[in-house]
Structure formats: structure tokens, C-alpha cells
Design a protein around this ligand. Sequence first.
Ligand SMILES: NC(=O)c1ccc[n+]([C@@H]2O[C@H](COP(=O)([O-])OP(=O)(O)OC[C@H]3O[C@@H](n4cnc5c(N)ncnc54)[C@H](OP(=O)(O)O)[C@@H]3O)[C@@H](O)[C@H]2O)c1
Length: 378
Amino acid sequence: MLNTAVAEQSSASAPEASETAQPRSRSTPEVLRVSIVGGSGYVGGELLRLAAGHPHLEVAQLTSERLAGRFAHTVHPNHRPSPGVGAHGPLKFQSIDDLEACDVLFLCLPHGRGSSHMGRFAELADTVIDCSADFRLRCPDAHRRWYGRDVDGPWRERFVYGLPELERDRLVGARLISGVGCNATAVNLALWPLAQAGWIDRVVVEVKVGSSEGGAQASAATHHPERSGAVRSFAPVGHRHQAEIHQQLGLDDDQLFFSATAIEAVRGVLATHHVFLNREVEDKDLWRLFRRAYGREPFVRIVNEKRGLYRLPEPKILAGTNFCDIGWRLDDHGRRLVVISALDNLVKGAAGSAIQALNVTRGFAETTGLEFAGLHPC
Ligand SMILES: NC(=O)c1ccc[n+]([C@@H]2O[C@H](COP(=O)([O-])OP(=O)(O)OC[C@H]3O[C@@H](n4cnc5c(N)ncnc54)[C@H](OP(=O)(O)O)[C@@H]3O)[C@@H](O)[C@H]2O)c1
């Protein structure tokens, strides 16, 4: 847990720091020192993996209060060091109290745990990327509605939503970046071209999600006998990620209906969108729309084949990658469109988008460190 002394000191200094915190340097050094707060969790582990393969990043510190003093590979076994292999040597977890100045700080804490310390975090690093939901929503009322609490006001308006495909211009040079919701990202990317075109009357979305969305902390619902083999509808209504979809696509409660189901998978989101269009369209209109939106995007692929096993998006083959795949089928009347999207919740839905946003703000090629093509078979 965050220690009280730090909590008091940080929350007391937050408003002042919000006025005064300045980047120490805006010039981008060849190699940035990054620290990961909440480094023992699943998103922290993915950031460690992606940073290790990124030529401009070096991991300086990883925090875990529970595991301080223990090696990172005790919970991230894929990071067991080996002589001559990998970009970093053995790393030990440290307490948040021992964080030192760095270039980039990734926050991978549960919602509500890091926001009151933002003053200290922003003083420690030139760039702060918060993967929690604390600063995803620009509107404080929306945050209160969906998360049931207020978050320190001075910071909210300074954060940029970290989905490069939708917010690239605002991300250039941004110091404070929020991460994205994994399910929200699958939906935002799938529907954005249609929302931009103004074609959506209503949309009913069902997302099927893997267990890693719940994080590394065990609970009754994740206990193996309870979780294994389950197909569990856990949010038929009221899922918080709707707020990010409202914000990014401009859809309201009367247009967007969202439900979520836990399935037997570790990683992955499959989002099925039943879109009721406000006009008749043909398949060629959809090709034109999606190609125009994503034809030049490195991490959004149109997967919309007539035949073959992989004719529509499938999360399994995206595990570990930063891709979001999108396909569709139009019904015979041309008014109901089913758009299907898939991604890895821990990568495009969290750590990968965070690294992509960092690449944008720091002026690195956007694909740097993110070119893993995935595994097949897996
Ligand atoms: N999982 C996903 O698919 C996903 C996708 C997008 C965004 N996110 C967001 O990313 C964040 C991290 O998610 P995750 O899945 O990586 O969670 P996680 O696996 O549960 O990891 C949480 C991390 O936070 C630390 N932590 C928990 N409570 C703390 C406290 N009171 N004080 C200090 N440290 C504390 C834990 O450290 P200890 O070792 O000390 O317990 C751990 O390192 C969350 O806000 C989540 O909503 C997750």
C-alpha cells in the first residue's frame, strides 16, 4: 500500500505542483529511463516486456509494495535474466517511496490509487502515463457518474487520452497521458469510422473477455474451479467502459448498449457490434469508409475475407501484439451491420497503446518496439 507519509505529502503538494511542474527537458535523449509503478501486475509485466524490446527505453525501477526486494522474474517468469540476452539485467521490485527521477513514469495501479499522488509523480518524470481509469474521462461529472468518486481536479484537464489513432495530434508533446480501457478500445476503433460518418442510429455491443482483464490479484471469481470453463455474463448493463465510448465517439445512452461476458481465455477481447444504421449502405461503402480511416494505420487491420478460417478478427492470434483487427458483415437489407473487432487487452488495450502514445509524444517512429507479429499456432 502507498505509505501514509507519502500520501499526505503528495496530496498536499498536488495543487501547487500542478501550477509549477515543468518538464526538466523536452529534448529527447537517445535512451529514456522509464519506471513502472505497479510493476508486479499484468499491465506492468507487459510494459516490462515491450520496454525490453524498445531501442530507446531502459527500465530503471519497478515498484511493488508487496514484493519489494524480490526479483521481478519471481512474478514475471518470462523476464528471468540470461547472460547476453535481453536489454535489462536482474531487476528487483522497490517501494513507491524509493522512486527516483526518471524520464517516463508508467502508472499501473488500480483505479483511485495513484491520482492523489500525481503531484509527486509529475515532479519525478517528464512524461507520466497513467494506465488506470483515473484520468481517461475529460469530464469530472462523467468520472463521478461511472466511478462513483471525484479525482483531484487540477490534473484532469491536463491529461490526453492515450489512443493514438483517435488523439494523435493532441498526443504530440503531451506530458500527461491516460491509458485506455481495453474493451473501450476494441469498440472505439471498430465504430469510429461509422461515428465520424454519422451513420449510427443505435448500436448494441457484446464483448467477450479473457481473465487477465481482472488483473493479477486473485478473487473468488478467479478461483480456478469457479473460473475454469465459465461463460459468465458479468456486466449485462452498466460497464464503465461505456463512458470512454461516449467520450470518444459522441454516442449517448440512447444510442449505445453494452454488455460484457467472461470467457475461457487468458488474454483477448472480441467485440461484436450490432449497428443499426440510419441509412442503407452497400458493402463497398463500408470498404471505402474503413480503408479511408485505417488504410495508413500500422496497428489497425481490416480483416474481412470471404473465406478461410481467419476471415474475421479473432483475439487468439493477436496475443502479445499491438494490433486491433476489424471486420464486418452487412445484412441483406443494408441497415444492420455487424462489426467485429479483436485485440489483446494487455497490449493494444493497455501497455501497447501506452508505448505507442509514448512514441508519438517523444517523436519516435510510432511502431518502435511494437512490431511483434504474434504466434501461430499458439
Ligand atoms: N488488465 C487489463 O486488461 C487492463 C487493461 C487496460 C487497463 N488496465 C488498468 O491498468 C491498471 C493495472 O491493471 P493490472 O491488470 O496490471 O492490475 P494488477 O495485475 O492487479 O496489478 C496492480 C498493481 O498495482 C499494485 N497495487 C495494488 N494496490 C496498490 C496500492 N494500494 N498501493 C500501491 N500499489 C498497489 C500491485 O502491486 P503489489 O505487488 O504491491 O500488490 C500491482 O503491481 C488498472 O488500473 C487497470 O484498470 C488493465
